[in-house]
Design a protein around this ligand. Structure first.
Ligand code: OTU
Length: 606
């Protein structure tokens, strides 16, 4: 891991600096100085209005954070991601579960989409019908505000999705576009049959089974509208300044309601350029930099998180490079390490994880990764494809099959996602405990070891560890018999939080109890010991055995056995043969002969 840090100018410039930067970026996006100047004036107005409406409490928080720009990095944060309805039924119900979050040591909660969503199919709320109104099922705006205040008082930052790439086809802009209102027609991308056919071959297929293609026919318009995801999610046209101004205004309105972190959904797709795959375009970054400048200006306590599920090599620009260093996102998902961890477990070979870790881009002190093993989406295998060499593409196919019930000797109980034929490697779905094959009975020591391994790995990465709802109780996924009611197979890992597992967690010896206490222990160790402030401060120890991964994290040497075999103690760690293992605090360290199957160790020398 490289330790050099790129030069970093803290984005705390005066408003004049931000205004100048905004204007410059707008000129780059629209390639027209007059349009840029006019848009800059509109944005300044939006920012001024929203700033005036911002509460004194939130302004005080902004000031505090400006004085401590590293407030979210290092081992300060632990995140939890959940749906409002599955976690607490409503906003009020979530409020009643704050104590559960606190008991875990969570101080950052990502509530999956809760804004007014398209009726019927809505991609788990990612088809947003109104950006500043709440989904009525979940409660009122007042309930939401009360929740956001309660979370803040509990020291928990609220993260919400800003679904900025597309709107529901029932959003006012889409409805008006459909009926021919020219100002709204201009907010989307339209193509003829021939034009869209010419574009398709280069474009990715996100949902090849349930929503093949990237365009949908709109009868009233007599042409196709661009819809990368589901047909009812229409991609916004950011070459139109109305879109940028409108979406920035929405973001700032939500910030004023107490959202502290924005998860910028599908951030890679914002700019279309014919002849490319229309992902990660330079304009896409300039647009994100406008969102950042506006947030920095109006609500500087707010963080932006890139949800760019792309190979690691595409990620550095999302933090901002060169003259944009520190001027784009504060956070980004590290999905390559997530997918590679599962790949390594299936193949009993940690070398891919080790390679990705070794090649991570240098991080600054005011940017960091989200480290996770599961979330509400599939484990997307595609991000790994550019990393693979030799027979690794075969191993990737094996991993995908391993987790989706196609390998008889596999312990895993997951299902495949959007694979168009048995050989296609796309994604895998399932709750952590099911993918790990952690059986309900007490004697399943290997399943329990795998759970310990994967979670201890996640906490050791120097990013913000994120637990996905229910995984802290080792919950199972939904019954496959419900499949007819699902949008797609991702619903298997979107069960409601299991009240009986919550009760069982209070009974020593139960599986939920083991899981919950384990996560609490990891969080304590994370706060007390895992103090390397980001991935750039980690050091890899070469174990000379592909089954073993070792990461030195300050005073702690982490060792992970990704295989089901006992592996002879590696010579490279001879000095640690009798080191104290923080994960097994009650054991007197004896001379170690081997790393046990799926064992995780956090070793400290006396
Ligand atoms: C994101 O996802 C969300 O997390 C998904 O839940 C939504 O369905 C989607 O956007 C549309 O809003 O590629 O970077 O492979 O990982 O769709 C954006 C499935 C994405 C998801 C993918 C993802």
């Amino acid at each position: 891991m490289t330790s050099q840090h790129p030069s970093f100018t803290a984005p705390q410039g005066t408003h004049a600096d931000l205004a100048a930067f905004l204007l410059q970026r707008l000129a780059m996006i629209y390639k027209d100085t007059e349009v840029a100047a006019h848009t800059a004036r509109r944005l300044e107005q939006v920012i001024a209005n929203r700033h005036e409406q911002r509460s004194t409490a939130l302004k005080a928080l902004d000031a505090k954070r400006l004085n401590n720009p590293q407030w979210f990095t290092g081992n300060h944060f632990m995140a939890y991601s959940t749906y409002v309805d599955k976690f607490g039924g409503t906003f009020k119900g979530v409020q009643q579960r704050i104590a559960h979050l606190q008991s875990l040591g969570v101080n950052y909660v990502h509530l999956l989409p809760f804004l007014k969503m398209r009726p019927g199919q809505n991609d788990g709320g990612f088809a947003v019908e109104h950006f500043t109104e709440m989904e009525p099922r979940l409660g009122t705006t007042e309930d939401f505000q009360a929740l956001s205040v309660a979370l803040r008082e509990a020291g928990i930052s609220l993260c919400a999705d800003l679904v900025l790439n597309h709107v529901a086809d029932t959003h006012d802009w889409a409805l008006r576009a459909r009926s021919g209102d020219p100002s709204c027609v201009a907010m989307f991308h339209w193509r003829s049959a021939e034009a869209k056919d010419a574009l398709e071959p280069l474009l990715p297929q996100i949902f090849p089974q349930t929503a093949p293609g990237n365009f949908v026919w709109v009868e009233e318009q007599g042409r196709y509208v661009w819809s990368t995801f589901y047909t009812y999610q229409w991609d916004l046209n950011y070459s139109n300044p109305d879109v940028l101004v409108g979406m920035i205004d929405n973001m700032l309105a939500l910030a004023n309601m107490g959202v502290e972190v924005f998860r910028l959904d599908s951030a890679a797709f914002l700019w279309k350029k014919e002849g490319t795959n229309c992902m990660n375009q330079p304009e896409c970054h300039w647009i994100l930099q406008c969102f950042r400048a506006a947030a920095q200006w109006c609500a500087p306590g707010v963080l932006l998180k890139a949800e760019a599920i792309v190979p690691t090599r595409e990620l550095p620009p999302y933090f901002g490079l060169d003259d944009a260093a520190g001027k784009e996102c504060h956070l980004a998902y590290q999905s390559s390490l997530m997918a590679a961890a599962w790949y390594s477990l299936a193949n009993s070979d940690a070398s891919l994880v080790q390679r990705i870790l070794g090649e991570l881009p240098a991080m600054t002190d005011t940017t960091t990764w989200i480290s996770y093993i599961r979330c509400h989406d599939d484990i997307g295998w595609n991000v790994l494809k550019p990393e693979l060499t030799g027979n690794e593409p075969e191993q990737l196919k094996y991993a995908s099959a391993f987790f989706s019930g196609q390998v008889p000797e596999s312990f895993a109980k997951g299902i495949s996602f959007q694979a168009t034929h048995p050989d296609a490697v796309h994604g895998t779905n399932g709750m952590t405990a099911d993918l790990l094959g952690w059986a309900e009975h007490r004697q399943d020591e290997l399943g329990w070891a795998r759970y310990q391994l994967m979670t201890a790995f996640m906490f050791s990465l120097g990013g913000i560890p994120m637990v996905y709802m229910g995984d802290e109780l080792a919950q199972h996924g939904q019954d496959i018999a419900l499949q007819a009611t699902w949008t797609d197979t991702r619903d298997i890992h979107r069960p409601p939080l299991d009240d009986s597992a919550m009760l069982a967690a209070g009974v020593p010896g139960s599986r939920a109890h083991s899981a919950l206490n384990w996560i609490k222990t990891l969080r304590q160790l994370h706060m007390n010991w895992l103090t390397a402030t980001n991935t750039s401060h980690l050091r890899l120890v070469d174990t000379h055995d592909p089954r073993l991964l070792s990461i030195q994290h300050g005073a702690v040497t982490c060792v992970f056995n990704f295989s089901g075999q006992a592996v002879p103690w590696p010579a490279a760690l001879n000095g640690h043969r009798t080191a104290h293992d923080l994960l097994m605090p009650n054991e007197t360290p004896a001379e170690r002969a081997a790393v046990q199957p799926y064992q995780a160790l956090y070793l400290v020398l006396a």
